[in-house]
Design a protein around this ligand. Structure first.
Ligand SMILES: [Zn+2]
Length: 124
C-alpha cells in the first residue's frame, strides 16, 4: 500500500546515489500519470520506466516475509492484499506501456543499480 511504503529507505537511497554517480537523472517518488494514484520510487516518465524497491515485509519477499503472530488472520489478509495490489499495479502499468522494474529492499544496492543501468541501456 502506498501509505505503507517508507520513503527514503536506505537501500533505495543508495541505489539513487549510485545512479546519480553514473550521471543518470530521474524523478523520485513521482506520480506516473495524472489519473494514477501509484507513485514510483524512481521514475523516468519520458521513457516510461518505473522502479519500485519493495519492502520485504509489506510486499511479501519470498526470503524474508514474516507473518506476525498477533492478529494473524488480519495480517495474513492484509499482506496478501498488498501483494495482490502490486500485481494489479504491474498489470495496469504494463497495459499503459510502462516498463516496471521491481527489486527487493534486501538486494544489494550495487547489484540493483548495475541491473538498472543495463535495463536502461536495453530496449524492451
Ligand atoms: Zn527480502
Amino acid at each position: 500500500m502506498q501509505r505503507q511504503r517508507r520513503r527514503d529507505t536506505k537501500p533505495e537511497v543508495e541505489v539513487r546515489r549510485l545512479l546519480h554517480a553514473a550521471g543518470i537523472r530521474f524523478r523520485v517518488n513521482a506520480r506516473l500519470e495524472p489519473d494514477l494514484r501509484v507513485r514510483g520510487d524512481i521514475v523516468w516518465r519520458g521513457r516510461k520506466v518505473v522502479v519500485f524497491v519493495d519492502g520485504c515485509f509489506w510486499h511479501g519477499c519470498p526470503r524474508h516475509a514474516t507473518q506476525p503472530k498477533a492478529n494473524a488472520d488480519w495480517w495474513r489478509d492484509k499482506l496478501a492484499a498488498n501483494v495482490a495490489r502490486d500485481r494489479r499495479t504491474d498489470a495496469e502499468l504494463a497495459a499503459r506501456g510502462w516498463r516496471v522494474l521491481r527489486y527487493w529492499e534486501h538486494e544489494p544496492p550495487t547489484e540493483v543499480a548495475t541491473d538498472l543501468l543495463r535495463a536502461l541501456d536495453t530496449p524492451r
